[in-house]
Write a protein that binds this ligand. Structure first.
Ligand code: NAD
Length: 270
């Protein structure tokens, strides 16, 4: 069901890799709600070719950008402003990658070259994007920027490794830049802390299936899926949430505030 919540709005969606990607669902939902979008991902992801399907479906141009490159990001904003003939109203940062996770390097033994790379891609990229957006004056008044996070920013989760640190910094950047961009142009910046979701990035975490089952049992509403996350993102891009900024918003069926559930207790007693 569509409500025209984003009618007339324009946005950039980073991070749609395949149909499982959270960003893929957000792109589809945003367009259903009346938005026009530009899709962006790393050149290597574009070469996989799947994004073209989404681009066609959403009638959206694809502009490649490695988010660790200032030049790529500047180019993306210049081309996007040319395409729309002006600024954008929303941006989704749906980007994450840890080489330590991928190569199963235990947290105490992290390889710092891997750590730097993962930090640059997963956390600093939000700062880079916002800095470039400000420089190009590329976000309209009352625009909305969202990045996706995970509760391992606040609590220990096995296997999440240095992505926990990356998410903690990501949320901090959203808070700090939220202040700066709010003062400057009423642009709001928030993170959504999403339930574990079966995607390429998610499945990279060791023992992910057990993780998902545990979270499901630990959430009074169950896990939030990628489509539900897309609904939440759309509401955060809309004018109905104009005064929300600098927040980390849990979208997790209640997981974050549940001590233990009866389902988990019953499981333990077995
Ligand atoms: N899947 C989960 O369980 C879960 C839970 C909470 C939060 N998140 C977060 O949601 C976001 C999206 O992840 P997803 O689960 O949809 O997985 P995904 O693998 O579909 O998306 C990750 C994206 O990051 C992109 N990326 C990696 N390196 C890049 C670079 N250098 N430049 C530009 N883009 C780059 C990838 O190409 C990919 O499109 C991530 O921030 C992830 O941490 C995921």
């Amino acid at each position: 069901m569509a409500y025209n919540l984003l009618k007339g709005k324009k946005g950039i969606i980073f991070g749609a890799l395949n149909e499982q990607s959270i960003a893929w669902k957000v792109a589809q939902r945003a367009v259903q709600e009346g938005a026009e979008i530009v899709l962006s991902n790393a050149p290597i992801a574009l070469r996989m070719g799947e994004l073209n399907k989404l681009a066609e479906e959403c009638n959206a141009p694809v502009i490649g950008a490695d988010v660790t490159s200032n030049d790529d990001i500047n180019n993306l904003f210049i081309k996007t402003q040319e395409h729309f003939g002006g600024g954008v109203d929303f941006i989704l940062h749906s980007i994450g990658m840890s080489i330590n996770v991928r190569k199963s390097v235990p947290y105490p033994e992290n390889n710092y070259d891997f750590t730097h790379k993962g930090f640059d891609i997963s956390a600093l990229s939000l700062h880079r994007i916002l800095q470039a957006a400000m420089k190009h004056d590329a976000i309209n008044e009352w625009g909305s920027v969202l990045a996706l996070s995970y509760i391992a920013a606040q609590r220990y989760f096995p296997g999440y490794n240095d992505m926990s640190d990356n998410k903690a910094v990501l949320e901090s950047i959203a808070r700090n830049f939220g202040y700066e961009y709010g003062i400057k142009k009423h642009v709001r910046v928030n993170t959504i802390s999403q339930s574990p979701t079966r995607t390429t990035a998610g499945s990279g975490v060791k023992g992910f299936d057990g993780f998902i089952d545990f979270a499901e049992k630990m959430s009074p509403l169950g896990n939030a899926d990628a489509d539900q996350c897309a609904d939440y993102c759309v509401s955060m891009f809309s004018d109905l949430t104009k005064m929300v900024t600098m927040q980390n918003l849990f979208h997790d069926g209640g997981f974050s505030f549940t001590g233990v559930t009866q389902a988990v207790i019953d499981q333990m007693g077995k």
